[in-house]
Design a protein around this ligand. Structure first.
Ligand code: SF4
Length: 296
C-alpha cells in the first residue's frame, strides 16, 4: 500500500489535539504531518475542547472532511449548493432581523434583491462543477426566496435571529447558534437541498436538539423549512418534537465525538451521502491524499 499519507506512528503515540501532555514526537502525528506538508500552521491544540453541533455533524459524515476543515484549517471554498444556501440564508435572515423590530417583512422583491447581492458575493469564491451554470442556479435561488416569502415568512414572528448559544451537554462544552426562533418557542431551521428528503436526517435532529436544549424558553418543537432546488423549486416542511431519545442522543454523541476527534486517525468516508464533487469542497485534495475516485 502506498497512500500519500502513510507515516510510521509509534504504538502508544498520543496526539496533541487535546492540548494536554503527549508522548510521541510532534512529527509523529497525522495532524502535524499534513500541516508540515501543506506548509500550514497546526491549529490542533485545544481545537476539540469546545464543540459545535455542526462540527460533530461534519465529523459524523466524514472524519477527513472535518480534519481538513477544523484541524488543518484548509480553505473551504463553497460548492454551488453551499453558495446557494448561504445566499438564500443571508437574504432571509436579514429580513427576519428587520422583522424582530418592525414586526413586518421586507417586501418580497426587496428580499430577492438581498439574495442577488449575496449571490454575487458568493460567486467570487464558489467552486462550480462543469455541469453547473451559475446564472441558472441564481434564478432558482430567486424563485425559492419568493416561495419562502409568500408561503412561510408572513406567519413567522421572530423572537431570536442568529443568536449564539453556549452550554455543557454530556460533559462537553458546546458552542452553537440558533438561526431563527419564533415567539412561540419553535426553532425554525431554513435550509436548501437538492431533493426532497425521505426522512428527518438524524444529524440534523442532533443539531437542532442541541439548540433546543441550550436556547432560552424553547417549546421543544423544531420545524425544518427545506427549500428544494431542481427543475421545480419547492418548499417542504418537516415538524417534530424533541424527545427523550433525542436528548440521550446528544448526551451520548458529544463525549464520543470528542474522544474520536482526539484519536488522531481520520477515515475518509466515500460512502457518505455528502461525498461527491458537488458537495465536498475537498474532493480534489482527498483524491490526492488517499487515492480512489470521488464521484460527481
Ligand atoms: S471527498 Fe468524500 S471522503 Fe474526501 S473529504 Fe470529502 S466527503 Fe470525505
Amino acid at each position: 500500500m502506498s497512500a500519500n499519507y502513510s507515516v510510521d506512528i509509534p504504538a502508544g503515540a498520543e496526539l496533541c489535539v487535546h492540548g494536554g501532555p503527549y508522548h510521541a514526537a510532534a512529527q509523529d502525528n497525522m495532524v502535524d504531518l499534513f500541516a508540515r506538508r501543506l506548509s500550514l500552521p497546526t491549529r490542533a491544540i485545544c481545537m476539540t475542547d469546545v464543540l459545535s453541533p455542526s462540527q460533530v455533524r461534519t465529523f459524523s459524515g466524514c472524519e477527513v472532511r472535518w480534519f481538513y476543515e477544523h484541524l488543518l484549517g484548509l480553505p473551504d471554498p463553497p460548492t454551488a449548493t453551499m453558495a446557494l444556501h448561504n445566499a438564500i440564508r443571508t437574504a432571509l435572515m436579514t429580513n427576519f432581523q428587520y422583522k424582530v423590530e418592525s414586526k413586518a417583512d421586507i417586501q418580497t422583491e426587496g428580499v430577492v434583491g438581498l439574495f442577488r447581492r449575496a449571490w454575487k458575493q458568493q460567486l467570487a469564491s464558489t467552486n462550480f462543477c462543469e455541469d453547473e451554470v451559475p446564472q441558472a442556479i441564481g434564478k432558482t435561488g430567486e424563485a425559492l426566496v419568493r416561495i419562502y416569502m409568500h408561503e412561510v415568512a408572513p406567519q413567522i414572528r421572530p423572537a431570536a435571529v442568529e443568536r449564539p448559544l453556549r452550554g455543557v451537554l454530556g460533559g462537553v462544552r458546546i458552542r452553537a447558534q440558533v438561526d431563527l426562533m419564533d415567539e412561540d418557542g419553535t426553532i425554525i431551521d431554513v435550509r436548501t437541498a437538492d431533493a426532497a428528503p425521505a426522512r428527518v436526517d438524524p444529524m440534523q435532529r442532533f443539531e437542532w436538539t442541541t439548540c433546543s436544549r441550550l436556547a432560552e424558553a424553547p417549546s421543544g418543537v423544531v420545524r425544518s423549512d427545506i427549500l428544494v432546488t431542481g427543475n421545480t423549486p419547492q418548499l417542504i416542511t418537516e415538524k417534530w418534537e424533541v424527545s427523550a431519545a433525542d436528548v440521550q442522543w446528544t448526551d451520548a454523541l458529544y463525549p464520543l465525538a470528542q474522544e474520536a476527534m482526539r484519536r488522531g486517525y481520520y477515515m475518509p468516508n466515500r460512502n457518505s451521502i455528502h461525498c461527491s464533487r458537488h458537495h465536498c469542497p475537498y474532493w480534489r485534495r482527498c483524491e490526492q491524499d488517499f487515492g480512489g475516485v470521488v464521484e460527481p
